[in-house]
Design a protein around this ligand. Structure first.
Ligand code: FCB
Length: 443
């Protein structure tokens, strides 16, 4: 069972614990009820893009098994569930509303309400409708306005039934994996495209915020970022480390909090900077009610030629998870305290944290020893961050169950619940049982 000091906020009922998932990673049923293709369906079909050309056609079949999944989330003692909505299920290529898509999420949300679970919805967790990519995707400013229309449709329908609306999940990944290194859909590798996509994503967030506030005045509205704090490999790498933080952390959060991009990065990449409309920065910095933070690991970097060039260094004597990411819980503490110092933060929710492991079913059980140690360590960092004054109010484990891990396909298992993909059987791993015991022990 996970344990924290007696006076820890994590032991209070007000601190919410939940699990997180995303539509394309779990739903399957990609051809059902008039869902239209997304950029991930297209990307998965490209030879070499995804491990063994896996795709989300079946995934965890959550589209049909949602009721048992919700029951299991409740049964684990969770307070909350973070899910994402598939835009390609909601808006058809001709711009009309797909009622069958809204009906599906109505069924899921009703099931969650039935169990009294707090509901956090992410409107965009990377599955852009393919018809929008055909018109330029996130390189096209129009896509931001299309996102706002989709946010209007969804939030007008569900309103305050959703407790937390997050506009985007990890725009860093959408922009930098999608358009800079090409590891994610739509698979473009070009700096100018990446910065333009990033700007249009942030604009989409800003355009959606007032709509969400209007349609769901009693809900909380915010955005989810992935942050990987940078550490210098040696003393001479300190200045490039701070540049790397500007490029990968502040480039995303500073526009939201302060209405501007970090000057260091802007100047360095001046030749590939995005087209920014006169009102854009004001729209982007409209204010958020909560900040979602996804944390998995840190990055260690060294100089690579003249300032500010840098490269990532792979330390050899550190603990790593199955996906190769270093286990480094102090990075979460440093990240939270640094952000809290740099900005006037709204309440913070850890919206993703977790570990991939090479899990095996042995005698009907999964002893995911490394994962449950990972959770204990990172939750302790959250506890320390709260003691240092960071207003963290909740924590979501990534993920509820094993699922389609993007370009890694089904090879990487992040769930606290094991999925046997042949039978679609769900089996709580030891980490899930440890959560259950802890959650039930709270007063
Ligand atoms: C995050 C994504 C999530 C999952 C985890 C492992 O970047 O938001 O969908 O893939 O990584």
């Amino acid at each position: 069972m996970y344990k924290f000091p007696k006076d820890s906020k994590l032991n209070d009922q007000e601190f919410i614990f939940g699990v997180a998932t995303a539509s394309y990673q779990i739903e399957g049923a990609t051809n059902v009820d008039d869902r239209c293709p997304s950029i991930w369906d297209t990307f998965c079909a490209k030879p070499g893009a995804v491990y063994k050309q896996h795709n989300g056609d079946v995934a965890c079949l959550h589209y049909h098994l949602y009721q048992q999944d919700v029951n299991l989330i409740a049964n684990l003692g969770m307070d909350a569930y973070r899910l994402s909505i598939a835009w390609p299920r909601i808006i058809k290529p001709d711009g009309s509303i797909n009622q069958k898509g809204l009906d599906f999420y109505d069924r899921v949300i009703s099931a969650l309400e039935e169990k009294n679970l707090t509901i956090m919805v992410t409107l965009y967790h990377w599955d852009l409708p393919q018809y929008l990519d055909d018109d330029g995707g996130w390189l096209n400013r129009e896509t931001a306005y299309k996102f706002a229309e989709y946010a209007e449709v969804f939030s007008a329908y569900f309103g305050d039934r959703i407790d937390f609306y997050a506009t985007l999940n990890e725009p860093w990944c959408s922009a930098f994996h999608g358009y800079r290194d090409g590891k994610h859909a739509p698979g473009i590798a070009d700096d100018r495209s990446a910065f333009q996509a990033c700007h249009n994503l942030l604009l989409a967030h800003g355009l959606a915020m007032p709509i969400l506030r209007k349609n769901a005045p009693n809900s909380k509205h915010g955005i989810v970022f992935n942050f990987t704090p940078n550490y210098p490999a040696n003393d001479s790498a300190k200045d490039v480390t701070s540049f790397a933080d500007d490029e990968h952390t502040h480039w995303f959060i500073k526009p939201i909090m302060d209405g501007e991009y970090p000057k260091t990065v802007y100047q360095h990449y001046i030749d590939v900077m995005p087209v920014i409309g006169d009102d854009d920065m004001g729209i982007i910095s409209t204010g958020i009610d909560f900040l979602g933070v996804n944390y998995y690991t840190r990055s260690v970097i060294d100089r690579d030629g003249p300032y500010p060039n840098y490269k990532q260094v792979n330390l050899s004597d550190v603990e790593r998870t199955h996906i190769g990411w270093e286990v480094y819980q102090d990075g979460l503490l440093k990240l939270l305290t640094d952000l809290n110092q740099a900005y006037k933060l709204p309440p913070v929710y850890i919206t993703e944290n977790g570990a991939a492991a090479d899990d095996h079913l042995v005698d009907g059980a999964i002893d995911d020893e490394q994962r449950y140690r990972y959770y204990q360590k990172h939750l302790s960092s959250v506890d320390k961050a709260i003691r240092k004054g960071v207003d963290v109010r909740g924590y979501f484990a990534w993920s509820f169950m094993d699922n389609f891990e993007w370009s890694e396909g089904y090879k990487m298992r992040f769930g606290i619940v094991y999925v046997d993909y042949k039978t679609q059987k769900r089996i709580p791993k030891r980490s899930a049982l440890m959560f259950k015991e802890f959650l039930n022990s709270r007063q």
